[in-house]
Design a protein around this ligand. Sequence first.
Ligand SMILES: [Zn+2]
Length: 453
Amino acid sequence: MKSRVFRAGAAKSNITPPLGTSIPGEMFGRTALHVHDDLHARCLVLDNGVEKMAIVVCDAIALPKAPVLRATQLIRKHAGIPHDHVIIAATHTHEGGPTASVFQSDADPKYLDWLAIRISDSVRRAVNNLRPARIGWGVGRVNGVVFSRRYFMKPGTVPPSPWGTADDQVMMNPGRENPNVVKPAGPVDPELVILAIQDMEGDPVAVLGNYTLHYVGGERSSDISADYYGVWADILEREWAKRAAAPKPPFVAMMTNGCSGNINNIDVRSALNQPYPYHQMHKVARGIADESLRVLRTIKYRDWVPLASRETAVELETRKPSPEDVRSARRILKNAGPVLESLEAIYARETVLMARWAGKVVAPVHALRIGDVGIVTFPGEAFVELGLEVKKKSRFRTTFCVNLSNDYLGYIPTVAAHAQGGYETWRARSSFLERDAAPALVSAALDSLRRCL
Ligand SMILES: [Zn+2]
């Protein structure tokens, strides 16, 4: 019998949009006037002679189903990897290209068409770069960087919802040094997982990281930037790369985002010390990169590992607005100008835009096995509790989750978080799944993981 050879390839394709495009990520529209740093689709392809899989991470706020489907068709055609062996995830940079229609920012279909090709190109290039390789993994922790962003507040200090109701029990981002903050409404996950691949001469091929942080921000609001995910990758590509004896494909670092729907980098107990834009982003990236480098130095590499990939489609109901909701939203918008400023009007527009939505959606959940590591994906902004539950119940020694993968179905709060209310539960195109979506998706994820064993 021919001995089995483990091979890996990595590549990154530039996906920076032209200036003048819309930058999604705020409730108000923004236009790109400058590129602070380029955006990329970063790809890792693994092939153990039995299974071949691709993981692509894009510097984007979110990737809806259409470009993902287009990209997976191209990947199947050109690289021969079936769609259930492909993960295409967004980092969730809030300074990315026009990939999603959220609040007053619109996706650009032309950019999405080109993006699908660039994603496919990153996979084709990674396949071209396949070479015999060894793989290992390790786990670290970065404390003091991640915080729950939902807080219980002193009685009477939670602001009303966009519908004027006063039943929210928690507030999102109450602001630093807010004296009305009582305590955070949820846990954090400071775990950092590192997968590392090197070739047979010991030169690094790729490093894939996983950390659970929504994004950092702190940039100029008209800049394009890959946020801390890009800064982290730059540091690793500078400090972990080796000067190979012969020319080789460049080493690629890629950071995936865990279940960070309710996790940010704001410590409400203290003021922000940001002497210049991007300071905090670089500080956070440096801290996570230092821990990544420490973990990398401890990794034991294996010559061959089992690979598996399973996909589950979960049918979920949507919280579609009622005809009465739509009628009252239309009344509110009648008197509003072209740029909406009040929460009431912004959410009224969301309600009208969702009037004809389907009552059901199909949510893709992937599970991957890479040796002793289990990976699960969610098609939206899952809350940290989902990731912690998957990690606890997984039968793999090391497990991590990748948010915002293979579709964008908005926030995925826990059932308890829906009862508490707050921004992430307010119905909009960025929050519309049924209240029981989280347990359904977690159980699909655990089932998919088991089927990878
Ligand atoms: Zn978000």
